[in-house]
Design a protein around this ligand. Structure first.
Ligand SMILES: NC(=O)C1=CN([C@@H]2O[C@H](COP(=O)(O)OP(=O)(O)OC[C@H]3O[C@@H](n4cnc5c(N)ncnc54)[C@H](O)[C@@H]3O)[C@@H](O)[C@H]2O)C=CC1
Ligand SMILES: O=C(CO)COP(=O)(O)O
Length: 333
């Protein structure tokens, strides 16, 4: 039986632990808080993040990182992007030497502008054959309800990607393989920023034309940045690009979309943060995505607009006018 360690007992870590168990793996979840770990072990519940879901018996939990790591072929990381480096520094000494690190995270590190796979490779001293990412239209609450979804598992080593694919393939969760790690990660991180923009537009009362335009031009700027970073164009037309963008920008379950809607309705950043319990990665990552784009000399006008609204205090209506009055361009430019 394949042993898997999942670090992070939030919505996605817990839901994906369930997917792995349903696919036949033996899963140990690492959690920070003893009460939550205890609830998983004794009541088969995660009352804080997925209270209505009964977890399979093959999912156990622990607060001990070494116990979670023992014998794990895959080590899945599902903590907020901005805490990964610090967390992994603590866990790296106890991980199995040959374990494959799998990122579920959709963010870019502030300051370094590193993708999560880069942080993982650096901190755990892992080669590309030990670093994988999973990304796609995967709203945790739908998956926890075993509603059908497809996803992408990406690793530079295709054999490793196939191994991970087999480890998480269930009747309701269909993973495809890809070797374009950069494209899959970037698709996941930037769609959170575009979902903020769409949420803001929804909150302002703008219509479906505005939404479709933001999604489409959002995909254009994601692809432009991705190509400059060495990603492959077709990845952005796939599940980790278009797929995730559509799911996140249209679902009320998305934390990023909801965060944006609250801002668009006129809440301040502080008020919006106060009512957001879970991780909305785009709020921080919009700045690192913008930094990344500047490093690569690419234009990301929607991301720039989101940074202006979220961190620069620009009123959404002013930001909209600026976005609409940029110099006219050819669509493929
Ligand atoms: N929830 C979803 O639908 C999906 C989420 N993701 C991505 O997965 C990642 C994790 O997201 P969620 O599980 O949804 O977030 P969440 O907010 O539900 O849970 C985050 C988890 O990290 C823990 N945590 C917070 N600060 C920490 C720290 N300093 N050290 C260690 N642990 C800490 C929390 O206790 C919690 O267990 C994010 O990058 C998100 O973008 C990706 C696909 C779907
Ligand atoms: O990544 C997600 C769906 O694929 C979840 O999006 P949110 O983090 O906005 O909830």
């Amino acid at each position: 039986m394949t042993r898997v360690a999942v670090y992070g007992t939030g919505s996605w870590g817990t839901a994906f632990a369930m997917v792995l168990a349903d696919a036949g793996c033996d899963v140990t979840l690492w959690g920070r808080r003893a009460e939550l770990v205890d609830a998983v072990n004794t009541r088969r519940r995660n009352p804080d993040y997925l209270p209505d879901v009964e977890l399979p018996a093959a999912v156990r939990a622990t607060t001990d990182p070494a116990e979670a790591a023992r014998g794990a072929r895959f080590t899945v990381l599902a903590v907020p992007s901005q805490t990964l480096r610090g967390n992994l520094r603590e866990w790296a000494p106890v991980l199995e030497r040959d374990t494959v690190l799998v990122s579920l995270m959709k963010g870019v590190e502030l300051g370094t502008t590193e993708r999560m796979s880069e942080v993982m490779a650096e901190v755990a001293d892992a080669g590309p054959e030990r670093v994988a990412v999973l990304s796609g239209p995967n709203l945790a609450k739908e998956i926890a309800a075993r509603q059908p979804a497809a996803s992408v598992v990406a690793c530079r080593d295709e054999t490793v990607a196939r191994g991970l694919q087999a480890a998480c393939h269930t009747p309701y969760f269909r993973p495809y393989t890809n070797t374009d790690v950069v494209g899959c990660e970037l698709g996941g991180a930037v769609k959170n920023v575009i979902a903020l923009a769409v949420g803001i537009a929804d909150g302002m009362g703008l219509g479906d034309n505005a939404k479709a335009s933001l999604i489409t031009r959002g995909l254009a700027e994601t692809t432009r940045l991705g190509l400059a970073m060495g990603a492959e164009a077709h990845t952005f037309a796939g599940l980790a690009g278009m797929g995730d963008l559509v799911a996140t920008c249209s679902s009320p379950l998305s934390r990023n979309h909801t965060f944006g809607t609250n801002l668009g309705r006129g809440m301040t950043l502080e008020e919006t943060v106060a009512v957001t319990r879970e991780t909305a990665e785009g709020v921080k990552s919009c700045r690192s995505v913008l930094d990344l784009a500047r490093k690569h000399g690419t234009e990301v006008p929607i991301t720039e607009t989101v940074v202006g609204i979220v961190h620069g205090g620009v009123p959404p209506m002013v930001a909209l006018k600026e976005l609409m009055s940029r110099s006219a361009k050819a669509e493929g430019a």
